[in-house]
Design a protein around this ligand. Structure first.
Ligand code: HEC
Length: 314
C-alpha cells in the first residue's frame, strides 16, 4: 500500500516537473543565448566565438539578444513605494521627448494630481496641449482647443498610418500600458523564484535597457534594415524604427538629479510603470495586511482545534 502511494506521489511530481522541464530547452537560448557571432562587446565575445562557425550559424536569433539589466526600483518588493520626485522627472521626460511621437490615451491630465501636482498646475499643463474636441462645432467641423484636466494625453499624429508613414514604417505604440505589456520572459527556473521575490519590474527594466541600448555595432552578418536602429534589447527583432530618443543634457532637471540618458531612462520607465499600474503601492500594502491576517487566523485556528479536541482520546 505504502509502495503504491509513493509511486503515485512520484508520478504526480513527474507530472508537475515535465512541463517545466519541457520549457527548459526553449529558455536555454536566452540564458546561454547569444545568436551566432552576436557580440560586439568583450563580455559576450567568448560565447559568440564558440557559437560562430557551428551548425547554428544560420539559426534565427532569439530576441532580445541581451536580457534587460535588472535595476533597483523604489516600487519593487512587498514594501515598494513611489518616488514622487522620480515620477515628476519621468513625466517631464515624457512630455518633452516621448510625447513628440507617443500618446498615452488611457491617462488623463487630472491623474497627475497623484504625482503631487496641484489642480492649478494640472490645468496649466493640460492647456499646453492642443486637443481635437471629440464633438464637432455648430458647423459640423472638428476643431482644436486647449486641453482641460479631463482630456487624455493625445497623439501628435492624426492616425497610426500617418505616424508610421512619418516614422520609418512603424507607428509608435501608445505608452499607457507599455510597462505592463513588455516584460521579457525570464524562463525556468527564474520565474519560480520571482513568485517569492515578487519580481514584477520586467516592464521598466526592459524600457530602461531599450532606451540605453542604442549605439552598439551590430554583429557581423546581421542585416539591419535601412531606417531602423540596432538595439540588442528590442524584444521583436535586431532593430526598431525608433531613433535613439534621448541624449545627455536634453531635459533640464531642477532637483539636481543627473541629466544623463541613464537617469532619464530610469525616470521615464518608473513614470510609465506608474501610468500602467497607478495603484501598485496600495495593492502591495493591502496584500501585506492580508498576509498578516491570514497568518494570525491560521494560528488561531490551530489553537482552537487543539482546545476543541483536547478532551478526546486519540
Ligand atoms: C521620433 C519619434 C519617437 C520618439 C521621440 C520616441 N519614440 Fe518610442 N517609438 C517610436 C516608434 C516609431 C516606435 C515603434 C518601433 C518599432 O516597432 O519598430 C517606438 C517604440 C517604442 C517602444 C516599444 C518598443 C517595443 O518593445 O515594442 C517603447 C517602450 C518606446 N518607444 C518608448 C519611448 C520613450 C520612453 C520615449 C521617450 C524617452 C520614446 N519612445 C520616444 C518613435 C518614437
Amino acid at each position: 500500500m505504502k509502495k503504491r502511494l509513493s509511486a503515485l506521489v512520484a508520478a504526480c511530481l513527474l507530472g508537475i516537473a515535465a512541463p517545466a522541464m519541457a520549457q527548459a530547452p526553449a529558455s536555454a537560448p536566452d540564458v546561454a543565448g547569444q545568436p551566432p557571432g552576436a557580440a560586439p562587446d568583450a563580455a559576450r565575445g567568448t560565447e559568440a566565438a564558440h557559437a560562430s562557425g557551428g551548425a547554428s550559424e544560420h539559426a534565427t536569433p532569439h530576441y532580445p539578444l541581451e536580457k534587460p539589466q535588472l535595476l533597483n526600483w523604489s516600487f519593487a518588493g512587498p514594501f515598494g513605494h513611489w518616488d514622487l520626485g522620480q515620477l515628476q522627472r519621468g513625466l517631464k521626460v515624457y512630455k518633452e521627448v516621448c510625447s513628440a511621437c507617443h500618446s498615452m490615451n488611457l491617462v488623463s491630465f487630472r491623474n497627475f494630481t497623484a504625482l503631487g501636482y496641484s489642480d492649478a498646475q494640472v490645468r496649466a499643463l493640460a492647456a499646453e496641449y492642443q486637443i481635437t474636441d471629440p464633438a464637432p462645432n455648430a458647423q459640423g467641423e472638428m476643431f482644436q482647443r486647449p486641453g482641460i484636466p479631463a482630456d487624455r494625453l493625445p497623439s501628435p499624429f492624426p492616425n497610426p498610418e500617418a505616424a508610421a508613414a512619418a516614422l520609418g514604417g512603424a507607428h509608435p505604440p501608445d505608452l499607457s500600458l507599455i510597462a505592463k505589456a513588455r516584460a521579457v520572459e525570464r524562463g525556468f527556473p527564474t520565474f519560480v523564484f520571482d513568485i517569492f521575490t515578487q519580481y514584477a519590474e520586467g516592464g521598466p527594466d526592459y524600457i530602461h535597457s531599450l532606451l540605453t541600448g542604442y549605439g552598439r555595432t551590430p554583429p557581423e552578418g546581421m542585416v539591419i534594415n535601412p531606417g531602423t536602429y540596432y538595439n540588442p534589447h528590442f524584444i521583436a527583432g535586431p532593430a526598431l524604427a525608433m531613433a535613439p530618443p534621448l541624449s545627455d543634457g536634453q531635459v533640464t532637471y531642477d532637483d539636481g538629479a543627473p541629466q544623463t540618458v541613464d537617469q532619464y531612462s530610469r525616470d521615464v520607465s518608473a513614470f510609465l510603470m506608474w501610468a500602467a499600474e497607478p495603484h501598485l503601492v496600495e495593492r502591495k500594502a493591502t496584500g501585506f495586511v492580508v498576509m498578516i491576517f491570514l497568518i494570525g487566523f491560521a494560528i488561531m485556528l490551530a489553537l482552537v482545534k487543539k482546545r476543541v479536541w483536547a478532551g478526546t482520546p486519540h
